[in-house]
Design a protein around this ligand. Structure first.
Ligand SMILES: NC(=O)C1=CN([C@@H]2O[C@H](COP(=O)(O)OP(=O)(O)OC[C@H]3O[C@@H](n4cnc5c(N)ncnc54)[C@H](OP(=O)(O)O)[C@@H]3O)[C@@H](O)[C@H]2O)C=CC1
Ligand SMILES: Nc1nc(O)c(N)c(N[C@@H]2O[C@H](COP(=O)(O)O)[C@@H](O)[C@H]2O)n1
Length: 273
């Protein structure tokens, strides 16, 4: 699908919901040297939650199915968002289903402006050899991905490999988590670790599990940008279903091609722009 630069009006519409333009992030010096300074709210990167949904609230036709919802105009909007953040994060479910590129295909997205792909893969399920995100990084069309794994022994360490970097995060094995087959890494750990590595803004793109669990932590989310495509995906679809109810404030919407793009913030977010 063709990806084009946004018009001035389109990028001005989005700008209030985006992190400030910094572009100081450089993954080659990503940060052994980075230090957390400032108050508690500065310990987290700016988080933008974004995805495309059908009219019946579905993001895919079925579990594990790659489903095109955005038209070319709203897809271009997504690629604009990708180059406005230091990192783009998805869960391993999305990588296994979609084999996404996780780069920005906008003509203006020079290597310097590419987001660092971050993949939450607690149990190391990613197939490194056949991955598009790694192929693109090798060709210089995107950055090397950072994989986040769970370390059930409570350690926390970072290792660099030729094709990807791996960050092992301590997983609390207390009470309800003990004996659970799928280790769950608290979002606070993930986001603080990214900030510690010098990542100041992260666009979180999916999939259903990642979005639904983050929607239950609205205080960690600075802005929400949802594309609504004018179609229904039906009952077999994969829906967004947070465990808690919530609503956005400071909302705005604009048409991108046939799609509506809705933006907003949570009143409880730790900090605003
Ligand atoms: N329309 C849209 O905008 C988008 C649609 N999608 C669609 O979404 C679907 C994929 O959704 P889904 O299967 O839910 O996959 P996700 O991408 O949400 O990945 C879920 C998996 O990631 C791991 N994970 C996520 N969060 C954590 C955490 N906090 N701690 C530990 N592990 C975590 C777990 O891996 P494990 O299972 O190994 O424990 C979990 O099962 C696909 O069909 C895809 O096409 C995806 C992105 C955008
Ligand atoms: N914005 C948007 N619209 C859709 O209709 C989608 N299906 C998605 N999916 C997300 O984009 C990823 C694929 O992107 P690239 O391969 O990098 O172009 C996919 O994995 C989802 O994260 N997004």
């Amino acid at each position: 699908m063709e990806v084009n630069e946004l018009s001035n009006a389109e990028s001005e519409f989005l700008e209030p919901y985006l992190p400030t333009r910094q572009h100081t992030y450089d993954e080659s010096v990503e940060a052994e040297t980075a230090r957390v300074e400032g108050d508690e709210t500065d310990h987290f990167p700016f988080v933008t939650l974004t995805y495309a949904s059908s009219l019946d609230g579905m993001i895919a036709l079925g579990p594990g199915l790659r489903t095109a919802l955005s038209g070319s105009e709203s897809k271009s909007m997504t690629h604009h968002l990708r180059q406005r953040h230091d990192a783009i994060l998805v869960g391993i479910g999305t990588v296994l289903a979609d084999d996404p590129g996780l780069n920005s295909r906008l003509p203006s997205a020079l290597y310097r402006l590419q987001p660092r792909p971050v993949i939450v893969d607690p149990s190391r399920r990613m197939n490194i050899k056949d991955s598009k995100v790694i192929r693109l990084a090798k060709m210089g069309e995107g950055k090397k991905p950072l994989l986040i794994h769970a370390d059930l022994n409570g350690k926390q360490y970072f290792s660099e490999e030729e094709t990807c970097d791996r960050l092992h995060l301590a997983t609390p094995i207390s009470g309800e988590l003990r004996g659970q087959e799928r280790p769950e890494i608290p979002w606070e750990y993930i986001l603080k670790s990214l900030k510690l590595r010098g990542i100041n803004s992260v666009m979180i793109e999916g999939g259903a599990t990642v979005i639904s669990t983050l929607l239950a932590k609205p205080e960690l989310v600075n802005s929400v940008i949802v594309t609504i495509a004018p179609q229904w995906l039906g009952r077999g679809g994969v829906g967004i279903a947070p465990v808690s109810t919530n609503g956005l404030v400071e909302t705005a919407w604009q048409q991108f091609g046939a799609d509506a793009v809705v933006c907003g913030r949570f009143s409880v977010a730790k900090r605003t722009i």
